[in-house]
Design a protein around this ligand. Structure first.
Ligand code: SF4
Length: 243
C-alpha cells in the first residue's frame, strides 16, 4: 500500500478571511458605552485630525473630493496644484472646460468623466449659486458628480456640519469591529451618526477613515498597533505582525 505522504507535511495555520470590500466581516454590535470608548481611544491618539486632500477653500475642496473617487488622496494631490493654479474658482474652472481640465488630471482614474463633471459643476456654481459652494445637502447633491459621500465631506470640512461620510474604509471598519454594522453604506452612516458622542461627531469621520486606511486595513487589520483594540469586537484580531 502506498503511504499517504501528505500526512507528514506540517499543517499550515489557516489564515482568517477578513472579508471583501462589498461584504466585510461583521462583528457583534458594540453597546453604546463601548462604541464611545472606541471612538475616544482614536480621538486621544490623534486630537487634531485633518483630511489628507490639499485644498484652499470650499470650491477647491469640492473639486478635490470629486476627483478622489476611486483614486488615492496622494494621487489627487499630485494633480490639483496645477489644476487650481489654472482655475482657482468656479468661473475660471467653467471657462477652462472639460478639454482644459483633462490634461491636468490624466494621471487619476476615470479622468475623462471627472473632467466633464468638474466643468459642469463649476458652471452650475456660477449659474445657480453666485459662484459659491452651497452649504446645503440637496443643492450639493444636485451638482454633477456629487453624491451623498462627497456632500458629507464638504458639509463636514468646509461648513463644520456633523456629517459622516462613509467610504470603503469606514464601511469596513464599522462592520468589522462592531461599531456600526450595516449591509449598506447608508445603514452604517446612520448608525455612526446615532452612536458617536455629539462632541466627537464632527471629527469622527477623519478618525475612522484614517484608522481604516492605515491600521484596520482591508487585507488584514494591524491589530497589534491599534489603540482601540481593547474595545473592538472583531474575533480574528491580528495580534502580531507577519513574520
Ligand atoms: S483591533 Fe483590529 S479589527 Fe479591531 S479596530 Fe483595531 S485594527 Fe480593526
Amino acid at each position: 500500500m502506498t503511504p499517504d505522504m501528505t500526512e507528514r507535511l506540517p499543517l499550515r495555520p489557516k489564515r482568517p478571511d477578513h472579508g471583501t470590500v462589498a461584504a466585510p466581516r461583521r462583528a457583534r454590535m458594540m453597546p453604546a458605552a463601548q462604541a464611545e470608548a472606541f471612538i475616544r481611544a482614536l480621538a486621544t491618539a490623534n486630537p487634531a485630525p485633518e483630511t489628507e486632500l490639499s485644498y484652499a477653500d470650499p470650491f477647491t475642496l469640492l473639486v478635490a473630493v470629486v476627483l478622489s473617487a476611486q483614486a488615492t488622496d496622494a494621487a489627487v494631490n499630485r494633480c490639483t496644484p496645477g489644476l487650481f493654479a489654472a482655475a482657482p474658482n468656479p468661473a475660471a474652472m467653467a471657462a477652462l472646460g472639460a478639454e482644459g481640465i483633462g490634461p491636468h488630471i490624466r494621471s487619476i482614474g476615470l479622468w475623462q468623466g471627472k473632467a466633464r463633471n468638474v466643468a459642469a459643476l463649476a458652471r452650475d456654481l456660477v449659474d445657480k449659486h453666485g459662484g459659491q459652494v452651497p452649504d446645503d445637502r440637496d443643492a450639493l447633491e444636485a451638482l454633477p458628480g456629487v453624491g451623498r459621500k462627497t456632500a458629507n465631506v464638504v458639509l463636514n470640512i468646509a461648513f463644520g456640519q456633523h456629517t459622516m461620510a462613509v467610504d470603503t474604509h469606514i464601511f469596513r471598519l464599522g462592520n468589522r469591529c462592531g461599531l456600526a454594522p450595516g449591509r449598506t453604506v447608508r445603514e452604517v452612516e446612520e448608525r455612526l451618526v446615532k452612536r458617536c458622542p455629539p462632541d466627537l461627531l464632527r471629527d469622527a469621520h477623519h478618525w475612522l477613515i484614517l484608522h481604516g486606511r492605515y491600521i484596520c486595513k482591508a487585507r488584514a487589520p494591524e491589530c497589534w498597533r491599534c489603540v482601540a483594540r481593547i474595545h473592538c469586537n472583531y474575533r480574528d484580531k491580528v495580534l502580531a505582525p507577519p513574520v
